[in-house]
Design a protein around this ligand. Structure first.
Ligand code: NAD
Ligand code: LMR
Length: 332
């Protein structure tokens, strides 16, 4: 006989059935991310799409014994992959090689993201869209412009995935403080590249960290991506830690859609925080709910050096965002 707890769990999972699509599922991030989404009990239908290799990844992941269907889709079936999706995660596009900035990826990835956004706007206009493809500071505005052009833009449903910066911040602060990363919560705001990544150390329990140590920590969080690019030596950038970060963010979005309370993640969204200064998208803590974004939190109290970092981040973000918007205007 089922215990009361087991019965409750069963009825809860039965009321939270979601279709998730991964676009770029054959790639370095896409494959482990697809596996992690297969392990999420809220996902009942997993659609894996890529320009190459998705049916193979789909067949492979489908053997994992969780209660969901999995299918890999080729380019001629993107409509079927997207139809009915509640959440679309996009890690499609090229990664960096040593010596490149994320912005150097713009020329290739902008059109990939634009075309996938067009397909999503047509086939699942109400889905939550999670953008991993770099440069995130520009690809998120690209998706917004495409959805606006299609007349289906809902700012509450578009997320730039900055979660890897949050994971790195927890990990790196625990390394310098000799603590368990699980106990280290660091809010990271701004954007997702170099100096636009602003970890708020003053809001952690280590706010009195010595300046030298703190500067080195902040630099490592801002440029953690370069460590992986350098170590992979031409074979790409972070994939496994990114898959973990993407699965956490997608899991939180699903938890929000399912009506769970106090689901909060820092993420790069269409934000009112600095709109009057021309910064249309900004990452800060966001409460996730049944409609997507439920509340955008302000930054809280900042140390003087953090005020300066946010100021510098905003200057770069304005340019990155404009670049994405201009691309869609010129190449609709
Ligand atoms: P990858 O080259 O291993 O995989 C990319 C996949 O995208 C490939 O399978 C490719 O076939 C597919 N693809 C290309 N064009 C496509 C299209 N039009 N439609 C569908 N699929 C398409 O690269 P990766 O290491 O998985 O990285 C992917 C992207 O994620 C890069 O832009 C990278 O910079 C970015 N990234 C972002 C973060 C972040 O924190 N947001 C972290 C790591 C990597
Ligand atoms: C990261 O932060 O690891 C990603 O944005 C990939 C990269 O290019 O560094």
């Amino acid at each position: 006989m089922l215990s009361k707890v087991a019965t409750r769990q069963f009825s809860k999972s039965a009321s939270t059935a979601y279709k998730v699509a991964v676009l770029g599922a054959g790639g370095g991030i896409g494959q482990p991310l697809s596996l992690l989404m297969k392990l999420n009990p809220k996902v009942t239908d997993l659609a894996l799409y890529d320009i190459k290799g998705a049916p193979g990844v789909g067949a492979d992941v489908s053997h994992v014994p969780t209660n969901s269907t999995v299918k890999g889709y080729n380019p001629d079936a993107i409509d079927q992959a997207l139809k009915g999706s509640d959440v679309v995660i996009i890690p499609a596009g090229v990664p960096r090689k040593p010596g490149m900035t994320r912005d150097d990826l713009f020329n290739t990835n902008a059109s990939i993201v634009r075309d996938l956004a067009k397909a999503a706007a047509e086939h699942c206009p109400k889905a939550a869209i999670l953008i991993i493809s770099n440069p995130v500071n520009s690809t998120v505005p690209i998706v917004a412009e495409v959805f606006k052009n299609a007349g289906v833009y809902d700012p509450k449903k578009l997320f730039g995935v900055t979660t890897l910066d949050v994971l790195r911040a927890s990990r790196f602060i625990s390394e310098v403080e000799g603590t368990n990363p699980v106990d280290e919560k660091v809010t990271v705001v701004g954007g997702h590249s170099g100096i636009t990544i602003v970890p708020l150390i003053s809001q952690t329990k280590h706010k009195n960290m010595a300046k030298d140590k703190r500067d080195a920590l902040i630099h490592r969080i801002q440029f953690g991506g370069d460590e992986v690019v350098k170590a992979k030596d031409g074979a790409g950038s972070a994939t496994l830690s990114m898959a973990q970060a993407g699965a956490r963010m997608a899991g939180s979005v699903l938890n929000g859609l399912a009506g769970e309370h106090d689901v909060i993640e820092p993420t790069f969204v269409d934000s009112p925080l600095f709109k009057s200064e021309g910064v249309e998208f900004f990452s800060s803590k966001v409460t996730l709910g049944p409609q997507g974004v439920a509340k955008i939190h302000d930054l809280g109290e900042l140390a003087d050096y953090e005020e300066e970092m946010v100021k510098t981040a905003k200057e770069t973000l304005i340019k990155n965002i404009q670049k994405g918007q201009d691309f869609v205007k010129q190449n609709p």
